[in-house]
Design a protein around this ligand. Sequence first.
Ligand code: BTN
Length: 245
Amino acid sequence: MKHEIITFDTLDSTSTYIKENYINLNNYVVVRAFHQSKGRGRLGRSWKDSKGSLMFSILIKDELDETKLNLFPLLTGLSVHLALKANGINTSIKWPNDIMLNSKKVSGMIVESICEEKVEAVIPGIGINVNNSFFVDEIKDKATSLKLETFKEYDEDKLLNDFLEVFFKEYEKFKNGDYSFLDIVRDNFFLLDKEVYLNYYNEDIKGIVKGIDDRGMIIIESNSKLLHLNSGEVTLTHNYSNLNQ
Ligand code: BTN
């Protein structure tokens, strides 16, 4: 799929930029910024970058079935996983949107959509901690970078291109109704068999993670019932005291 990359030194947020300009931007455009003044994370949180963060968002303006939007974070996460794997880095995928390296978060994504009568645009926004040398105290126990874990520097342009190559290939298959990417997600699923709390619409559900279903929902066994849940924040039970930090 043909895509152009537009690069900015600073933006408030690459995802906000696309949201505000999607009508005039080309399908599949990739917007990258070296610094974001108002980077956004999931669940209304902010995303703070530092030197070495690779940040970009993609605009997709295809006709897509709304019921398939739930799969986008996993498709995007899988593409990060595969692009890093091609560079010798073995990560796992923490449903729905984090990529973990040595049990710390090395990448996160937020997938937003603009829907009117139909899906007008889908905007995956991706942040990868590549060459960051440190993290501020409040996140340093949970976040890491490729450099901190592997003691190597990486070429951020190359990683972006590797990601885009994988993403557009996987997306093309997805668009044609092939959801086999889910099997690779399942094979590299960080949470499998772990005991977690899932904060689901302000209710904490405790259980054991059993898998991911074909709609991209997490399956949790709780009080002998199998629950299929489509959103929420998952915390490992042994990290529970860190919840909301
Ligand atoms: C999360 O982990 O909560 C999601 C983080 C997503 C960050 C990326 S950086 C590029 C894009 N622009 C944003 O404002 N957010 C995403």
